[in-house]
Design a protein around this ligand. Structure first.
Ligand code: NAD
Length: 250
């Protein structure tokens, strides 16, 4: 087993499912102590089991709730020590496809609150610990949608644009503090975020994929693990596509 994260403490949001789960398992198996954070406590327990190590703990939290985020980060630090790595994978998409003017305010707010406010709240709570401890590494889950709009997904597209610009803002603010902040921008990845997609939509997603298949969450976890590792120490403020070639053209 690779032990490149021995002695490190990581906090991963969205760790009950998909990309967040694979990242949490990977970091724990490679030596990190990992706080797995999500709304869904049942599925968080499965993540901790999948990590099959004593080093992973589960903390139930709504990332859009400021008090809950502060309490969760405090609990993670109390149980595991100061956080060196933060991966923000919690995210939602509006299951209804609508043009901008048709989106109800509560549906708009839900997507922005989880995808943008949640990211800010996590950074606000974790970065002081990184500053006290000489640095850290953060990866935010942006998307291909940060660069190119998909039709009838305006709230999600807007939120993922904000993830990218918040990544750059943070990278510049903390570069001299040895805190690196990068964004990973997946294409369509085979996770529960697609749970509400119809058979027709799934066929369309595969048909438009240059490699003829969707990405797998393990493949995204590999990129993220590299970006938060010391091997990536000069990589800061970047946005890294992992889309099987979709943005290359065709
Ligand atoms: P997923 O649905 O499998 O997992 C998302 C997790 O976030 C779930 O466990 C969910 O419970 C959690 N979550 C949702 N709201 C939360 C909240 N308020 N507080 C705490 N946890 C909450 O999705 P995924 O595909 O693994 O997506 C992970 C990230 O990657 C998201 O930010 C998503 O936008 C992004 N992304 C995914 C894809 C894709 O095709 N799967 C593509 C581009 C970007």
């Amino acid at each position: 087993m690779n032990d490149r994260f021995n002695g490190k403490v990581a906090l991963v949001t969205g760790a009950a499912s998909g990309i967040g789960r694979e990242v949490a398992v990977r970091l724990a198996r490679e030596g990190a102590r990992v706080a797995c954070v999500d709304l869904n406590s049942d599925r968080l327990a499965e993540t901790v089991e999948a990590a099959s190590t004593e080093r992973a703990i589960a903390l139930t939290c709504d990332v859009s709730d400021a008090d809950a985020v502060d309490a969760t980060v405090a609990a993670a630090v109390a149980q595991l020590g100061a956080i060196n790595i933060l991966v923000n994978s919690a995210g939602v998409a509006d299951p209804n496809q609508r043009r901008l003017h048709e989106i109800p305010l509560d549906a708009w707010d839900k997507v922005q609150n989880v995808n943008v406010r949640g990211l800010f709240l996590m950074k606000r709570a974790v970065i002081p610990h990184m500053l006290d401890n000489g640095g850290g590494a953060i990866v935010n889950l942006a998307s291909v949608a940060s660069f190119r709009a998909t039709p009838r997904a305006g709230s999600y597209v807007t939120s993922k644009g904000a993830v990218l610009t918040m990544t750059r803002a943070a990278a510049i603010d903390y570069a001299k503090d040895n805190i690196r902040v990068n964004a990973v921008c997946p294409g369509t990845i085979n996770t529960d975020i697609l749970a509400n997609a119809s058979e027709d939509v799934m066929q369309m997603l595969v048909a438009r994929a240059p490699q003829g298949r969707l990405g797998e969450p393990e493949e995204v976890a590999s990129l993220i693990a590299f970006l938060v590792s010391d091997e990536a120490r000069h990589i800061n403020g970047g946005s890294y596509l992992i889309d099987g070639g979709r943005c290359a053209g065709g």
